[in-house]
Ligand binder design. Structure first.
Ligand code: ATP
Ligand code: MG
Length: 412
């Protein structure tokens, strides 16, 4: 691993092996094993109670739960900012207590809320902090920092700014870049995006998913927001007050089979709708018969109108949707685009989920959803009824699949 594998900086245990082993290991081997860990603070507070979790490598594991349920304590026990009272944490099979704290932390980037940047250092020097500590030259560390700025979507012109000259979202990006600077195999992230507004937050989440697809880190991500957990997590651990594990499962399973009333309550009222995010719209039967171009002839309109759909979708000459019309209101050669009913927000067939398709249909004045291709050209239309059938089919398929696969395979 870059920055970690030089003989001078090389760890005595663990880390240098992670990259090599991961190459041959099946996807989602266990990298961090939390084995019956309890944390009792000196005042007697039990923050974490006999917690066992197998955190898979090269994926995002989210710890979620109400305030005070022990998420931060758990995260900090992984890099030994907090020492467990009982139990063991194994990193790639090695007891974390057998490694020096410095070695352990060198393999774990840490990102917190509000980024926690050094206010007196420029962006580039904030990001270069760990490489500099590891003995890299200033030039090499800064070059690495600039490379990471690009990776996390920060314009190079920010390099010489100080943190107070950045927005909250930009500061978070610097925090992520700083944590990645020495290319650690593990990233620990404690509510990193909770201080920014929802739009910026969504951007940061998307960016993290993109980065993760590129870099394949083992990320442990703490949040109290279940939507964020479902969006980001490969696995999600729901903790309850007192630091006890309520459920550890992939998000789709959490939504379909909450372990108990606490998890169900925590997931919120619309978990059925949210679960549809995990089903592709690819299987929907799109109808092209009710789609007419704005320059359609009278015969073409008459022919399209013969289909069972009460409305026709009119498209422009470029194939993009313009709006809905009742067939009788269309006159060849004289389509008044201003009179068309809005087609709402289309979904991208095959790329978007059944949830997106359903949302389109619900918002559409005709009750029909418009599907487009990647270029935004109309690919067809689909009714709420057909989407409902596809949803039932997807549920049935998921249940059959769950019955044939051990759902706890990745959770021991
Ligand atoms: N140093 C400490 N001494 C005593 N109790 C502590 C200490 N640190 C945390 N606690 C307690 O341990 C429990 C878990 O705290 P922790 O910070 O891990 O919760 P959390 O899930 O991260 O909460 P939040 O969502 O509010 O950040 C809480 O009851 C907290 O008050
Ligand atoms: Mg916390």
């Amino acid at each position: 691993m870059r920055g970690l594998d030089s003989p001078r900086n090389g760890p005595k245990l663990g880390w240098s092996r992670v990259g090599g082993i991961s190459q041959t290991r099946r996807v989602f081997g266990v990298l961090i094993r939390i084995d019956s860990v309890t944390k009792r603070y000196p005042d007697g507070t039990v923050a974490v109670d006999r917690l066992s979790l197998d955190i898979p490598d090269r994926s995002i594991t989210v710890l979620v739960g109400p305030s005070g349920c022990g998420k931060t304590t758990t995260l900090r026990m992984i890099n030994r900012m907090v020492e467990p009272s009982e139990g063991t944490i194994l990193i790639d099979g090695v007891d974390s207590r057998q490694q020096s704290v410095n070695t352990l932390r060198r393999g774990m980037g840490y990102v917190i809320q509000n980024a926690g940047l050094f206010q007196h250092r420029t962006v580039v020097d904030n990001i270069a902090t760990v490489p500099r500590m590891l003995g890299w030259s200033k030039d090499k560390a800064r070059a690495r920092a600039r490379e990471l700025m690009e990776r996390v979507g920060l314009d190079a012109s920010f390099a010489k700014r100080y943190p107070y000259q950045l927005s909250g979202g930009q500061q978070q990006r610097v925090g992520v870049a700083r944590a990645l600077a020495a290319d650690p195999p593990v990233l620990l992230m404690d509510e990193p995006f909770s201080a920014v507004d929802p739009v910026v937050r969504k951007g940061l989440q998307d960016e993290l998913l993109r980065l993760q697809a590129e870099l394949g880190k083992t990320i442990v991500f703490v949040t109290h927001d279940i939507d964020e957990a479902v969006k980001l997590g490969t696995m999600v651990a729901v903790l309850r007050t007192g630091g006890r594990l309520a459920q550890f499962a992939p998000p789709a399973e959490l939504l379909s089979d909450p372990a108990d009333a606490f998890v169900e309550d925590f997931l919120g009222a619309d978990r059925g709708i949210r679960r549809l995010s995990f089903f592709s719209s690819g299987g929907l039967d799109l109808l092209t018969a009710p789609v007419v171009a704005v320059d359609a002839t009278a015969e073409q309109i008459a022919c399209r109108a013969a289909s069972d759909v009460p409305y026709l979708l009119v498209t422009g000459l470029d194939g993009r949707p313009l709006g809905w019309s009742e067939p009788g209101a269309l006159t060849a050669g004289r389509v008044d685009v201003g009179q068309l009913l809005p087609y709402g927000r289309p979904f991208v067939a095959g790329k978007d989920s059944l949830r997106a398709a359903l949302d389109c249909a619900v918002l559409s004045p005709t009750g029909w959803a418009v599907a487009v291709d990647a270029e935004g050209r109309a690919a067809g239309v689909v009714s709420q009824t057909a989407i409902g059938e596809a949803i039932r089919g997807a549920h049935a398929h998921a249940s059959a699949h769950a019955a044939s696969v051990d759902p706890k395979a990745a959770t021991r």
